[in-house]
Design a protein. Structure first.
Length: 678
């Protein structure tokens, strides 16, 4: 048994190292290969910015970078970015994004540069290796609970089946499946799994579990793969338990800043000492700038000690003037003092952080941040959301800190994101392994609170054995409920296409297979795909929806391919409120109306990574009132699930062969499927 666990751990270490190298390599190569404008088109950079220091917060300088042209990017609050004058690899100035507006980005960083005020500042999304190093560390020295978790996952050990614990609920509105999950999770011996399909309220369920554990005197570590998921739990726990939110303040919702470790540190009795040290550090930095920095060119082979000795003796050497040597010596001395003060500051901050964390009932952090030194190893329970999206080594970080763990997730939706084709084994999460090997230690939430019952029916049948039901308050919701009244009462004025789109069934499948010029495209330099016809149909649908009273912010457009995202953003740039993104980026999100462009359309009926129907499951389950799927049925129906989707649309939804409406759509100046009139 031990050998099998050790072999598994070593294999994970190898895979993590492969993935780390691939992610860093991919990021750096793209920065090197593509211009700033090309990276911006992919949503990974913003160019032509001018900066201004607008303040200071928690010891970080706050810089606002703006331009006249609107900023459209995938970079968001909390992301680590590189700032540069055009060469990110050379300048390597790291910052965290605090806020993104229509024409600006606000970042936090330790030091400002004089060139920030120029009009040529570039911001690039940046991947770093910190999380990977933390994953390797937990694999190299696994805790007892980590080893047990792997033993259960590999089927080497059988867990004790949980028994329901009597509970007096804080949240009395929980449905029966949620209450069952809470009781079983509290009664579990070492671990429990909560399978939470789309919209079933798993975060609400987890919050109840956390409060119940605290009520019974237990300390709880709450974790998730993303900051958004951690904040969702933090919002539900805020003010109900004594909690602290760990993580860089830029990655936390503004409403939760008072919960953060940074904010609590500022209230600590020893924080004046921290402020004093920070002030002294800034003074030393300013003072050091008055002297020559001993660069390799100036040193001429001299070490720090040699420069200090020459300055003391008052001697010149190797063509250097005595004034230069003395100036470099002062720079070195001040750097030494700076280093001493930085060490004192870090030691004091760690001491304060440890005191705060040890006095809290609940600690919230991302899986990776749980590895920070001041997060103790003595929690009674670790509660982990998004567990099906976490690589095993990352999920093991919070698990290593507790005596028991509760995982919540949905292995029927997207797995952890893995870049390297040689590390695809990492896509299998601990949640998925455990729910397959130990189903007796799991339960499923069965009431969804997101969507119309017809939209729920197909994914429930295909992915969840028809076990889901729609809550009463959403089962009959439709698009008509949110349409502007003057439009909703004038159906007779609409053409057939608009009528089907707006008023017929919540599910619409628009089929392009009989249309001309319907084939997908691939750029020479890209591995992605795009489909011009589908993009134009999406634009037509968007215009139709908005002209008939649907608000832009209620519309989401999803596609599996980044190049199609780029094309759609260009086509719909006048509709700023419409959100356009990949399927992966939309996981966990929802909109009143969702349009899906499947993209794949070719004579060979190749569908690429559409074969992973978990991606389809995510896409289909984002809509609340209306779902519009656009695709070539002849291509995608080579896969049985897509075939069933088209059949379902024909039977219970709206099936629209797009060519049928071509004549009618000439009213939109539909010349080769190019819509005008935005």
């Amino acid at each position: 048994m031990r050998k099998k666990v050790e072999k598994f751990l070593k294999r994970l270490q190898t895979l993590v190292q492969i993935e780390m190298k691939e992610e860093i390599k991919e990021n750096w190569l793209e920065i090197k290969r593509l211009s700033g404008a090309q990276r911006e088109a992919r949503g990974k950079a913003v160019v032509g910015l001018k900066g201004k220091v607008i303040g200071e917060e928690f010891g970080y300088k706050i810089v606002k970078l703006g331009r006249a042209k609107e900023i459209v990017t995938n970079i968001s609050s909390g992301d680590l970015v590189l700032l540069s004058r055009g060469n990110p690899l050379k300048e390597n100035v790291k910052a965290y994004v605090l806020e993104k507006g229509k024409n600006f980005i606000v970042v936090a960083l330790e030091d400002v540069r004089d060139w920030f005020t120029s009009r040529n500042v570039r911001v690039d999304f940046f991947a770093n290796e910190t999380t990977f190093k933390r994953m390797l560390a937990v694999l190299q020295e696994p805790s007892k609970m980590c080893i047990k978790a792997i033993e259960y996952a590999l089927g080497l050990k059988k867990p004790v089946e949980p028994s329901k614990k009597d509970v007096k609920f804080f949240n009395t509105s929980l449905n029966p499946s949620q209450k069952k999950a809470v009781k079983l999770a509290l009664g579990a011996n070492e671990f429990f799994l909560i399978h939470g399909p789309f919209g079933t309220g798993k975060t609400t369920t987890l919050a109840e579990i956390v409060m119940q554990e605290v009520k019974h005197g237990n300390r709880v570590l709450v974790a998730a793969e993303t900051n958004v998921a951690v904040d969702n739990l933090a919002e539900r726990l805020n003010g109900k338990v004594n909690a602290v939110r760990i993580g860089h303040f830029s990655r936390v919702l503004p409403a939760l800043r008072a919960m953060t470790l940074f904010a609590k540190m500022e209230e600590h009795e020893d924080f004046e000492k921290v402020s004093s040290l920070r002030k002294r550090i800034e003074e030393l930095k300013i003072l050091r700038e008055e002297f020559l920095k001993p660069t390799p060119q100036l040193r001429r082979g001299l070490s720090d000690d040699e420069i200090l000795l020459l300055a003391k003796k008052g001697e010149a050497k190797r063509g250097l003037k005595i004034e230069q040597i003395k100036s470099m010596a002062e720079w070195i001395k001040l750097s030494g003092k700076l280093s001493e003060n930085l060490k004192k500051l870090r030691k004091l901050e760690e001491k304060i952080a440890e005191e705060i964390v040890s006095n809290c009932e609940v600690v919230l952090a991302t899986n990776s941040s749980c590895a920070l030194e001041f997060v103790p190893n003595d929690f009674d329970v670790a509660v982990i959301d998004e567990a099906s999206q976490s690589m095993i080594p990352c999920a093991l970080i919070p698990i290593s800190k507790a005596e028991k763990f509760v995982l919540a997730g949905d292995h029927k939706q997207l797995p952890p994101t893995v870049k390297s084709k040689h590390a695809k084994e990492l896509e299998k999460s601990l949640f998925e392994m455990l729910i397959l090997s130990c189903p007796q230690c799991s339960t499923m939430l069965t009431v969804q609170y997101r969507m119309n019952s017809l939209l729920m029916e197909f994914p429930s049948r295909i992915f969840y054995s028809s076990k889901l039901s729609a809550a009463e308050n959403v089962k009959n919701i439709t698009l008509q409920d949110i349409l502007n009244g003057e439009y909703a009462s004038s159906r007779q004025m609409l053409n057939g296409f608009s009528y089907f789109l707006l008023f017929f069934k919540p599910l619409v499948f628009i089929d392009t297979h009989t249309c001309e010029s319907n084939e997908e495209m691939r750029k020479i330099s890209s591995t992605s795909r795009e489909n011009p016809l589908e993009a134009e149909i999406v634009r037509l649908c968007t215009i139709t929806l908005i002209q008939n009273g649907v608000k832009e912010e209620n519309i989401g457009i999803i596609t599996p391919y980044e190049d199609q995202v780029e094309r759609l953003r260009n086509l719909l740039k006048n509709f700023e409120g419409v959100e356009i993104s990949t399927v992966d980026a939309f996981q966990g999100r929802e909109k009143e109306v969702i349009m899906i462009s499947l993209v794949r359309s070719n004579r060979e009926s190749k569908i690429g990574f559409l074969k992973d129907v978990r991606r389809l499951n995510v896409a289909l389950t984002r809509a609340k009132r209306k779902l519009i799927v656009i695709g070539n049925s002849k291509t995608v129906c080579v896969h049985k699930v897509y075939k069933k989707l088209v059949e379902f649309a024909k039977k219970k939804g709206s099936y629209l062969p797009f060519k049928k409406f071509s004549n009618e759509l000439r009213d939109f100046s539909f010349n080769r499927f190019s819509v005008s009139g935005e």
